[in-house]
Design a protein around this ligand. Structure first.
Ligand code: BTN
Length: 314
């Protein structure tokens, strides 16, 4: 109701009538909002007015105005966790429905690809894990990483107007610096996915000084690139919306429409790259991705290599 009234006063009477609860219950909820860091003005005969919204995100802020059908309909929100991936794995194992989202303000042991750490300081970024239960063979799961990259890129474009690039398979860069990382993990049997857990780490409102020194030349945040703070709850809502559209398209029509979108954002296609895989280093031209999201690299002898997992240098 406060979101709809856009900064105007809302009377306790109106809130209690609309929500069908007592005035005491309204007062308690107002106190809860204050605890969450909202500054609320109370004026006799006028009611309550939100003066400032905290620079925190809350369960409420993410769900208020969320227009998705399934994604984010159930949100598990925490102030501080070791890793949202860890919590999501447990929830998925416990049988929560598709679309359940785990969001935290801080991760103390955020995980990246290849067992790297993911730096996740409090109140600055979006650290979240989405649980999906697609009826697909396990080999298709990597396609969801590419779909995620497209969804986040589209959401960043819409919310900030910035123009991110995707570096295969799952890095989102702005001005060549890493802004987003995606970690896809799954619980599966030989021929059936039980759940896919998509971890998304987005550097949103960090200043350069808030990054460790060793990341200064390779990482950035949306606010550094934009020159102003970005509303994290709005970004999460937009990601979920874009994701749901793409996911429905993917389940109905397969990977091809997603592949086209992914290629339109890809920074490395057609360029010379170095791919460091666990079996060695390859150098050549990135030709594109296959129907399954596998990277095709053509070396100087014109031999095409199919790369499933690697670190790419452009
Ligand atoms: C990468 O190495 O680029 C992937 C980074 C993924 C980080 C996200 S933050 C939310 C989720 N929880 C984690 O511990 N990792 C992922």
């Amino acid at each position: 109701m406060f979101t709809e009234i856009e900064g105007d006063f809302l009377s306790g009477q109106k809130i209690s009538e609309e929500l069908g609860c007592s005035r005491t219950a309204v007062w308690k909820h107002i106190e809860d909002l204050r605890q969450e860091g909202y500054e609320l003005e109370a004026v006799r005969r006028k009611g309550y007015r939100i003066k400032t919204i905290p620079d925190k995100i809350s369960h409420n802020e993410i769900s208020l105005g969320l227009k998705t059908e399934t994604l984010g309909r159930k949100i598990h929100f925490e102030d501080s966790v070791t890793s949202t991936q860890k919590i999501a794995h447990q929830l998925a194992y416990d049988g929560v429905p598709e679309g359940t989202l785990v969001v935290a303000e801080e991760q103390t042991s955020g995980r990246g690809r290849l067992s790297r750490a993911w730096y996740s300081p409090k109140y600055t970024g979006v650290w979240m894990s989405l649980i999906l239960r697609p009826n697909l063979p396990p080999a298709k799961a990597p396609q969801l990483t590419l779909l995620t990259a497209v969804a986040i890129t589209q959401a960043i474009e819409e919310v900030t107007g910035l123009r991110p690039d995707i570096k295969w398979p799952n890095d989102i860069l702005i001005n060549k610096k890493k802004t987003v990382g995606i970690l896809t993990e799954m619980q599966a049997e030989a021929d059936k996915i039980n759940s896919v857990i998509i971890g998304m780490g987005i550097n949103v409102n960090q200043s350069l000084e808030q990054f460790p020194e060793e990341l200064h030349s390779i990482a950035t945040s949306l606010s550094i690139e934009l020159g102003e703070k970005v509303n994290r709850a709005e970004l999460i809502q937009t990601i979920l919306m874009k994701f749901e559209n793409l996911y429905q398209k993917y389940l109905q029509h397969g990977f091809y429409p997603i592949k086209l979108l992914w290629e339109s954002y890809a920074i490395s296609i057609g360029k010379r790259i170095i791919a460091r895989t666990i079996t060695g280093t390859l150098e050549g031209k990135a030709k594109g991705i296959t129907e399954d999201g596998v990277l095709m690299l053509e070396d100087d002898q014109e031999v095409v290599h199919y790369i499933h997992s690697a670190d790419i240098q452009i």
